[in-house]
Design a protein around this ligand. Structure first.
Ligand code: AMP
Length: 593
């Protein structure tokens, strides 16, 4: 029988983990005493790009490979890779800083990226950070509507993208974005596309020496959009001082050592791909593998094998897709150097943890964090026993508790183990978000009695391990991407046939949840195949494949509260055949207004 615990013993360690004594390390830890990743920065400031690139480019790691890009064109016979050393990355990064300076783009100005994983993406991110500009990554599978919303809310001054993405998703909305002064295309030369300039033309004209802009630990560095139940997406602002968190969690949660070959499969369009696909590995001076292609089970095993990956950070949806692809594919490969595997972003089922043991020879180590925390907070780490299904325990420097919210707006901390409540964190870790841009009240509402409330429901067991229970709000997690139902409903109600729409997540064995929309139609529009096709196409065109609903159901009426709000929770309970809960606030006429 499977035990409920995976025991860790020192004799199984292939490399001595960085974090071996849970209680002592936590007790002795203080954020003031962590290694100073910006030491030596001219003028004594703090800048993520300086810490991630310059320190290594000027030291013994200059010729060490920083980024290894696995080309999307790789054929079956072998993977085609392109390496950038720390010194080369520094040169390119400085050139891009000079490109921005030549455009008059400076400290605090917003530079957006919108492209797949490729060298230009990393150079743009690091060059803009070095320039003191605020970087905001957009996921390339977004449609024009999420792109426009984020560019407008974030007051983008510069957008770096590809010709195809620009033509398909940006050109038509550009007139509505007055702040967007410069569009830089990575795959055209100057003059080829009106209103844009060529990335490499500008890079060719720029010097590869650019002093780092003076920034401090409290200066804004990154803007990551995330979703809530209602309203527009929320732009969570992070500061350069977050580098301390990325360094410490790279050390404790990912167990990075200088000779590691590390692969984070997340796209930098989302926070994991930025914090742990760009920043943390470079801070540690390791070699970081970047796959330029989309998921493919065979390809992924080949990368793990041929690149001799030692530390792998991935996500539950990808793991479930590997499980689905069957054990034979895995059996054709060897992973003798792989020594640590971690996962984040959605609940990791116990079966996936055990699959890792069987197929990769290592359990999968689940960890928890979110856009707002900027870095890993709760984790299973190499030296400590894993309870499959649990997210692990708080890292050094992180204080987590479980709270109950009361109707009068107050909260109380739940001390007893195994009681469900909301996960709350004591502020003070360096990568905590500092604002939701232009939404001060939404930001303030996240804090009660000196605690940051995460919106996640959890329980903590008697050993201090946290177990994920669900979200306290209506946001949807599909393939690891957080989707706000309101954004989807808005796009659907723009279709001429739609009277009202309500969007929920329904469980899916592979991607966690899929987006499902319930739609009422205006008089005169039939609930038939043609309307469905037109609505599906409209949603995909506007929202993009990552956000559009996968299922749409026509219905005669949607349930509302007496104050007129759609009761998504009731729709979800009905969909899942669960008890409907308290329906006392429900409007009883039943008709959609
Ligand atoms: P995001 O801000 O897009 O990174 O999404 C953060 C949310 O993803 C969290 O608030 C959780 O709801 C969910 N999440 C992240 N990691 C885990 C995990 N290990 N287990 C369960 N849910 C997770």
């Amino acid at each position: 029988m499977m035990s409920a615990l995976i025991r860790k013993r020192p004799q199984d360690w292939r490399v001595r983990p960085n974090f071996t004594d849970y209680d002592d390390t936590r007790a002795d830890f203080s954020w003031g005493s962590v290694p100073r990743v910006c030491d030596g920065m001219p003028g004594g400031g703090c800048n993520i790009a300086y810490a991630a690139v310059d320190r290594h480019a000027r030291g013994p790691a200059a010729a060490h490979t920083a980024l290894r890009f696995v080309s999307a064109d790789s054929a079956d016979e072998g993977l085609v890779t392109r390496d950038l050393t720390y010194a080369e990355l520094a040169g390119l990064t400085m050139r891009f800083t000079n490109v921005l300076r030549s455009l008059g783009v400076g400290k605090g100005d917003r530079v957006f990226t919108f492209m797949n994983r490729c060298p230009e993406l990393y150079v743009t991110i690091l060059g803009a950070l070095r320039n003191g500009s605020v970087v905001c990554p957009l996921f390339s599978a977004f449609g024009p509507e999420p792109v426009e919303t984020r560019l407008a809310l974030g007051q983008a001054q510069v957008l770096v993208t590809t010709r195809a993405l620009y033509e398909r998703k940006v050109a038509a909305i550009r007139d509505r974005l007055p702040s967007l002064e410069h569009v830089v295309l990575i795959d055209v030369d100057d003059g080829e596309q009106p209103g844009t300039q060529g990335f490499w033309t500008s890079m060719g004209a720029a010097s590869d020496h650019a002093p780092v802009t003076h920034t401090t630990a409290d200066d804004p560095a990154l803007l990551h959009f995330t979703s809530g139940t209602t309203g527009t997406p929320k732009g969570a602002l992070h500061v350069h001082g977050a580098a301390a968190m990325h360094y410490v969690t790279g050390l404790y949660a990912l167990d990075l050592h200088a000779d590691d070959i590390y692969w984070c499969t997340a796209d930098p369009g989302w926070v994991t791909g930025m914090s742990y696909g760009v920043i943390a590995p470079l801070l540690h001076g390791v070699t970081s593998v970047v796959d330029e292609a989309d998921f493919d089970a065979q390809r992924w095993y080949r990368i793990l094998d041929a690149q001799a990956v030692t530390v792998w950070y991935t996500a539950p949806t990808a793991l479930r897709m590997l499980i689905k692809a069957g054990p034979e594919l895995a059996a054709a490969h060897r992973f003798p150097r792989l020594r640590f595997v971690a996962s984040v972003g959605e609940p990791l089922n116990a079966e996936a943890v055990w699959w890792g043991e069987r197929v990769l020879g290592l359990p999968i180590h689940d960890n928890w964090w979110q856009t707002e925390t900027g870095g890993i907070m709760i984790a299973n780490t190499p030296a400590f026993d894993v309870k499959p299904g649990s997210m692990g325990r708080p890292l050094p420097g992180v204080d987590a508790c479980v709270i109950r919210r009361h109707d009068d707006g107050t909260i109380s901390v739940i001390d007893e183990p195994d009681v469900e409540g909301e996960l709350a964190l004591t502020p003070g870790w360096p990568s905590m978000f500092r604002a939701y841009i232009n939404a001060e009240e939404r930001y303030r509402d996240c804090f009660v009695d000196g605690l940051y409330l995460t919106g996640d429901l959890v329980r903590r067991d008697a050993d201090g391990y946290f177990w994920f229970v669900g979200r306290a709000d209506d946001v949807i997690k599909s393939a690891g991407h957080l989707i706000g139902p309101f954004e989807v409903e808005n796009a659907l109600t723009d279709h001429p046939a739609v009277a009202e729409a309500a969007v929920i997540g329904v469980p899916d064995p592979t991607v966690g949840e899929v987006v499902k929309a319930f739609v009422t139609l205006k008089d005169g529009f039939p609930a038939d195949e043609d309307t469905m096709r037109s609505l599906m196409a409209h949603a995909r065109r506007r929202l993009g494949a990552a956000v559009a609903p996968k299922i749409i159901e026509f219905t005669d009426a949607l349930p509302h509260t007496r104050s007129g709000k759609i009761m998504r929770r009731l729709l979800k309970a009905r969909e899942l055949g669960l008890p409907e809960g308290d329906t006392s606030t429900m409007e009883t006429t039943g008709a959609a207004s």
